[in-house]
Design a binder for this molecule. Structure first.
Ligand code: F6R
Length: 618
């Protein structure tokens, strides 16, 4: 997905811009470019392909400008090509723009501008932006001024339908950049005699930890020592600086070969950081879960007749785990919905519905649209995200955070386990308010939650066992994941991970469903991965696994039960825990399995084909 970086300061901008873009490479992209102001002119260097290509281009070497904008593009309108790469100029080469998001009415704007004599050289929606800015700028008879520049950007953005985060520079104003956003993230990093801009915090975290988070329909004029903010009517507004306490090395690989392996290994810390403050203790006794940031009352929660959990992909799988927890502990019916389905199917929601939106990035377009829909039906909305200030948190009535740190690998790992852990605390919190579960049950679950990190460490210390199995099966073309209850939820996530990073076709089934059709696919040598962590359901799943063994399947069992190991090709024993939260443990061997298979196949684990980290378009 597209990424934005910007710099205004005293240093040569291009290395800072390229470094920032490299930090955003994980988002997935097909072309990259930078624009700087050189001796009173705009200079643009861009091309299809990797960011590192920019480094070796002669224009980059010559560039001395101290103000610049940069972009990595992930094609939405027009093929990946030099012409379609950002930055884009207007026809007179006065304004250069980088843009994340989609201008939905770009065709109308293009036709309008063509009727005024403008010519278009790319197939992008973005090229309309600098030209429309130029149109408004030249329409205004006032003398050149920053105010006039801002007014032109404001007028142009008001014409756009869609989403945008934009940075604009002009040779007329060599010391500033103007930025604006709507439904696409943009942050401004504050430094001394220099300021930075980025679509994502990790891009510039190496330079500053002080950030302004631009909200929808806000603008800023940024020079090396000033940042002035404006609302849509161009009134001056004040914004608070936020200190982001992510360690900049947290966004690097930290000695691991890949981000994904690093992030799998960070899960014990991510969970600790996410839940420890939620589970307070006094004199060795548990107190009620700490959710002062929500402050729900019994009166309010008693009125909630149903809960929706809405998310996409892995985050949706975390939602499935939460359904089991909330229904069991709180006795409130929960529906888990895929955001892209929810938003278009006229869901039954009212002020008596609580809608929980789970999103690592907080920027997923479908999830944000579903959130807006829920709000329009007067439902209470609660966002669970990993990114402070992300779009979902700006829309939702309430927000709570996982503290997993930046997740760079496209395939989500630590965000998932942190989400499940935080959702478990949330379910306990609701049950405590509603008094729907006894204290003993909840205290035991809290205790289990607090021991998860050390149990994950134990699983990680035996990664080799999973690698051995991966070495045996990595050339297969189809695999099946089966389980019941919470184990079925994990089967879905395990199967998704395998598809994403190893490109092996896989299916997840509720183990009891096999005989209703899919068992027809089981034949000699096919791999079936069984997850068995719920002691009440384990005997049933064991029978289902026996059915596939009889038909020749090669089996890997992930379990905390005592099973006779002779029956299975491999058994990965994991520590015991409450079955409601066992997905947090049982998913780890499945993450590692996909990881090792992908590595064996020499694939790009961190940046799998066709996928982007943050899906900010529909
Ligand atoms: C899979 C994965 C995706 C995301 C999904 C939602 O590994 O990462 O399925 O979970 O695109 O993204 P967020 O959580 O950012 O809304």
């Amino acid at each position: 997905m597209c990424g934005i970086v910007g710099y205004v300061g005293e240093k040569k901008a291009s290395p800072i811009l390229i470094n920032g873009l490299q930090k955003l490479e994980y988002r997935g992209y097909d072309s990259a470019g930078i624009a700087t102001i050189e001796n009173g002119k705009l200079s643009i260097v861009k091309n299809k392909g990797r960011v590192s290509n920019l480094n070796s281009m002669p224009e980059t070497e010559k560039s001395m400008g101290t103000v610049g904008i940069a972009h990595t593009r992930w094609a939405t309108h027009g093929i990946p090509s030099k012409e379609n790469s950002h930055p884009h100029y207007d026809n007179s080469n006065t304004f250069a723009v980088v843009h994340n998001g989609i201008i939905e009415n770009y065709n109308e704007i293009r036709e309008f501008l063509k009727s005024k004599g403008y010519v278009f050289y790319s197939q992008t929606d973005t090229e309309t932006i600098p030209n429309l800015i130029h149109y408004y700028y030249t329409l205004d008879n006032d003398n050149d001024s920053e105010e006039k520049f801002l007014k032109a950007v404001n007028s142009a953005t008001k014409d756009f339908i869609g989403s945008y985060a934009i940075e604009v520079i002009s040779y007329l104003f060599p010391d500033i950049t103007i930025v604006a956003r709507k439904d696409s993230p943009l942050v401004i990093g504050s430094g001394i005699n220099e300021n930075y801009i980025a679509s994502d915090i990790p891009a510039i975290l190496g330079y500053t930890n002080k950030f302004y988070l631009l909200d929808n329909n806000e603008y800023a004029i940024i020079s090396k020592d000033t940042i002035n903010f404006y609302d849509i009517s161009l009134n001056n507004i004040k914004k608070e600086i936020e200190i982001i306490d992510w360690d900049s090395t947290a966004a690097d690989k930290n000695g691991f070969d890949t981000y994904m392996l690093k992030e799998i290994n960070e899960q014990p810390t991510a969970i600790r950081e996410t839940i420890y403050s939620r589970i307070p203790m006094k004199n060795n006794k548990f107190e009620k879960c700490n959710f002062q940031d929500l402050g729900f009352t019994k009166e309010y929660l008693s009125k909630i007749s149903s809960i929706y959990i809405i998310a996409c992909g892995t985050a949706m799988h975390a939602g499935l785990c939460a359904k089991t927890m909330i229904e069991k502990l709180c006795r409130i019916p929960v529906t888990v919905d895929i955001a892209s389905e929810f938003r278009y199917r006229d869901p039954i929601i009212s002020e008596k519905t609580l809608c929980i939106f789970v999103s690592q990035s907080g920027e997923t377009a479908d999830t944000i649209a579903a959130l807006k829909l829920a709000k329009s039906h007067k439902a209470t909305t609660l966002a669970i995200t990993n990114v402070i200030g992300s779009s979902v948190t700006r829309e939702a009535d309430y927000s709570i955070y996982t503290h997993a740190g930046p997740e760079i690998a496209v395939a989500s790992t630590k965000a998932y386990t942190s989400q499940v852990a935080l959702l478990a605390c949330t379910a306990i919190y609701f049950a405590e308010i509603l008094e729907t579960s006894d204290t003993n049950t909840l205290d035991t679950l809290k205790n289990d939650l607090l021991h998860l990190s050390e149990k994950i460490e134990e699983i990680l210390s035996r990664s080799n066992e999973i690698k051995e199995f991966a070495d045996k099966v990595y050339e297969q073309t189809d695999m099946f994941f089966i389980g019941r209850g919470s184990d079925y939820n994990v089967a879905l996530e395990g199967s998704l991970k395998l598809k994403e990073i190893s490109y092996i076709h896989s299916e997840a089934y509720a183990a009891g469903e096999l005989k209703h059709g899919p068992i027809a696919l089981i034949e000699d040598g096919i791999t079936v991965i069984g997850i068995l962590t719920d002691k009440d359901l384990a005997p049933k799943t064991v029978s289902n696994i026996q059915e596939v063994i009889t038909r020749g399947a090669n089996t890997l069992i992930v379990t905390n039960q005592e099973l006779s190991t002779d029956n299975y090709d491999s058994v990965i024993k994991i520590p015991d825990t409450n079955s409601l939260i066992s997905p947090i443990l049982s998913v780890v061997p499945l993450q590692l399995l996909s990881y090792y298979i992908s590595m064996n196949k020499n694939l790009d684990v961190d940046k799998p084909r066709n996928l982007a980290k943050s899906v900010t378009v529909e």
